[in-house]
Design a protein around this ligand. Sequence first.
Ligand code: 4NP
Length: 163
Amino acid sequence: MRLLFVCLGNICRSPTAEGVMADLLEREGLADRVTVDSVGTGDWHVGGPPDERAVAAAARRGIALTSIARQVTPQDLEDADLVLAMDERNRRDLLALAPTDAAGAKVRLLREFDPAAVGTGQLDVPDPYLGDGDGFAAVLEQIQAACAGLLEDLRPALADERR
Ligand code: 4NP
């Protein structure tokens, strides 16, 4: 199964989600069953490392962010099984890029997998890039909760594959 996390710059939120999900899968012994990747809808930071504030926030939880930024392509949407957008703007941009209805149908908001977020109706992971730095800890917590929910959602399908 291939998961693709998507934000705007691919240096803050989606690399964090990629790192958090990779860590969860590793700890659950599922790293060989699921691949994780991340991309941005924008091209400003292509080729660069994650934002150092995102790296620091993740490191405080023992999670390494290792991705190099790249911009999403229509082929990415064909190749992935599930595409997790960080906010509504990302979701709209991905739907506009999707080459087929089937590719578009793979696009979800990451926080749809966090029951608490669904309860509040706040499904965007806010962009922390221009904030004062405090946003990065909150973003990390939201992403951890959503990735835990995503893992539980995927677990039955992963168990079926093993049979
Ligand atoms: P991200 O944050 O989408 O979470 O990676 C951003 C990083 C950079 C920019 C916007 C958002 N930017 O405009 O450069």
